[in-house]
Design a protein around this ligand. Structure first.
Ligand code: SR1
Ligand code: MG
Length: 403
């Protein structure tokens, strides 16, 4: 047993070298720590002679983005590795393969996906991902359906739920998404130029009611095993391939939170198109790709989820009660809209922003983008419970942009 300590690059190489059948014995290996996220160390180990490589991800006992004053459980590394294994079984080819989990070091060794690009970076470079909506809707439909009471043995589900109790990471979400942006919290982070917008969030009672309902759902619902942090920085993409990474926030929660996360991040990119150095037609074209992806994610998810339900659902009552499936899907769309809105708002005024918007160099354009993202997010939250179709969600983004 090795006592927990943050690994050095040399130690990461030694661990990689000890893996069976991966690297040639005695070969030279190089290593770089490449973690640019908020929480973990990520080592990229490569064998230059063959180009073979592997990723070692190690949890730190605190939130890297804040420092040691914000302690975090190392158990999230177990949760992440177990979630990747469940997701890999339910959505084959859409997550990295796990080679090893070491509980003492809170370390997961997994497939290197660096032939893909982090999707957020790709969206900033205005890359079109034609496979994305189809792949991510498959990921969502399969992982959410088969871990829910609709698609798995209901007694087994209760037992599985125990393994995914994730209090520290859920608390981050509860604070940073469903509380802090709506009060004058120390964790908030926004530019002075939009202080009026932030202060308006702190005193908007109608908005608070909707956020409270979303927060309650996040706190109490155990619909399915969620990824829990499905933004475009948790997705590796190529035009022909999509891979979901980083499920350390996984827990049993409301399905709409995962679907809403994907849609929110597409709409944050939509808002960021205010910054455009090319021509208007090209901007319009990229926005059309993004709104098409929003529609494709929901419609792909809905048709696949309903098909799985019709084929594999076995609950004696939920399966046959007339109209139940339609009501369930409508509620899910409404949850998706509300959660998407909350995910957008937090990225503008809360801790941990998105590069899509923060990297816009011109302060006036950045301010316009932030105001637009907030307007879309707030409207999604306020109209969430009235949403009847995915087109209404797209219409909100388009009409807020036109104002
Ligand atoms: C303190 S962690 C901040 C954010 O980073 C993660 O990716 C989650 O989105 C979390 O809310
Ligand atoms: Mg992450």
């Amino acid at each position: 047993m090795t006592a927990y300590h943050p690994l050095t690059e040399a130690e990461a190489v030694d661990i990689a070298r000890s893996l069976d059948n991966l690297f040639s014995p005695g070969t030279e290996l190089t290593c770089n720590e490449i973690g640019d996220g908020n929480l973990n160390l990520v080592f990229h180990v490569t064998e230059p002679a063959t180009g073979k490589s592997v990723i070692l991800k190690q949890a730190l006992p605190y939130a890297k983005v804040v420092g040691e004053s914000w302690p975090l459980s190392l158990d999230r590394a177990r949760i992440e590795s177990e979630a990747l294994i469940v997701q890999g079984r339910l959505a084959p080819g859409l997550v990295p393969e796990v080679y090893l989990y070491n509980p003492d070091l809170a370390l997961t060794v997994m497939e290197d996906l660096s032939d893909h690009t982090i999707m957020r970076k790709g969206l900033i470079e205005r890359i079109v991902y034609p496979r994305f909506a189809d792949d991510i809707s498959t990921f969502l439909a399969n992982t959410l359906f088969f871990t829910s009471d609709l698609g798995m043995n209901q007694q087994e589900k209760k037992l599985q739920l125990k393994s995914f109790i994730n209090p520290d990471l859920c608390k981050i979400t509860e604070d940073l998404i469903f509380c802090d942006p709506y009060r004058d919290a120390d964790t908030n982070s926004f530019e002075e130029s939009i202080r009026d917008e932030a202060e308006a969030l702190w005193s908007d009672g109608a908005l608070h009611l909707e956020v409270a309902l979303l927060r309650e759902k996040f706190l109490t619902s155990t619909e399915a095993l969620l990824h829990g942090d499905l933004h475009t920085g948790s997705i590796f993409a190529r035009p022909d391939s999509t891979k979901v990474i980083d499920p350390e926030f996984a827990y049993y929660g409301p399905m709409g939170f995962d679907i809403g996360a994907v849609i929110a991040n597409l709409l944050l990119s939509f808002a960021a198109q205010e910054h455009w150095s090319g021509d208007e037609a090209a901007r319009k074209e990229y926005r059309t790709f993004l709104t098409g992806a929003v529609q494709g994610v929901w419609s792909g998810f809905e048709s696949k989820f309903r098909a799985l339900w019709n084929e594999h659902g076995s609950d004696p009552m939920l399966q046959r009660a007339p109209g139940f499936q339609d009501l369930y899907m409508k509620r899910l769309l409404q949850d998706t809209a509300g959660f998407a809105g909350a995910k957008m708002v937090r990225r503008i005024v809360g801790l941990a922003h998105v590069a899509d918007i923060d990297t816009i160099p011109d302060a006036a354009v950045r301010e316009r983008t932030q105001r637009l993202a907030l307007a879309i997010g707030k409207t999604l939250i306020k109209r969430g419970r009235q949403t009847e179709s995915i087109e209404q969600i797209v219409d909100i983004a388009v009409s807020e942009t036109a104002q």
